[in-house]
Design a binder for this molecule. Sequence first.
Ligand code: ADP
Ligand code: MG
Length: 249
Amino acid sequence: MIDVKNLYKSFGDHLVLDNISEHIFPGEKVVIIGPSGSGKSTFLRCLNLLETPTGGSITFQGTEITDPKVKIDQIRQQMGMVFQHFNLFPNMTIQKNITLAPVRTGLMKQEEADQTAKALLHRVGLEDKAEAYPNQLSGGQKQRIAIARALLKDAPILILDDALSAVDTDTEEQILHNLHENRAGKTTLIIAHRIATIQNADRILVLDDGRAAEYGTHEELMARGGIYRSMYEKQQLEKQLNEEGGGQE
Ligand code: ADP
Ligand code: MG
C-alpha cells in the first residue's frame, strides 16, 4: 500500500532521514517510535508530502506520489492526519468543528454528518460535548475531538502524530481499541510512546537518528534484542517503580 524507497530528507546540511526503505501493508496498524529528534514526524510528513523528500520515492496504492506530475491534493484526500497540536475553530461548537469539512467538500449532507459526528463523539467518550466550544475542553479532550474529526473522513490511511499525548493511559487504550475495531482493513500509522499502544501494533518501526533501525512485530523485535527490547524493558521497569511508588503516572 505504501512503499518507501531510499527516502532521504535534509534541512540545509542537517540529514534528518537517512535512506529509509520500508513497505507498509494495507490494513496494518504501524507504530513508529524513537528518541525525540529521530525523524518520526518528518517521516510521516513526507508520506503526504507536507515535507518534500530530498531523495528517494514514495509509492502509494500504485502511484508514485513523489513524481512532480502527481496531484497531491487527490492523494491527501486518501489520508487523515492528526497532529499533537492542531486547530479547532474557537467560535464553533464541537459538532460543527467535526462536520464542517465533510459538508463543505460535499462528502456528506449536514444531517448525515451530524448523525455520524454523534456516533464518533460517543466512540471517543465525549458524547456530552457536542454543543460545547473548544475553550471549554481540556487538551486531552481536544485531541479526542481531532481524532473524531479524522475518523469522520474515514480515509484509507490515518496518521496520528503524538495525537494522544495529552490523554490518560486508560483513555488512550480505549481509543486505540476503538480505532482497531472501526478501522479494520484500513491502515493506521501512529507515533506513540506508551508501551500499551506499541505492543498492540501489527508492526513497529524504530527510528534512530534518521535511520530505520528496526521494523517488525513486538515478538520479532523482542527476540532481536536491540533498541526496541531495551526500550521496552526500561519502560516496564519504570512502570513497576511507579506502581511501587504510589501509582503516579
Ligand atoms: P521527532 O518527531 O522524531 O521528534 P522530527 O522529525 O520532528 O523528530 O525532527 C527531526 C530533526 O529534524 C530534528 O533535529 C529537527 O530539529 C529537524 N527538523 C524538523 N523539521 C524541521 C524544519 N522544518 N526545519 C529544520 N529542521 C527541522
Ligand atoms: Mg515529532
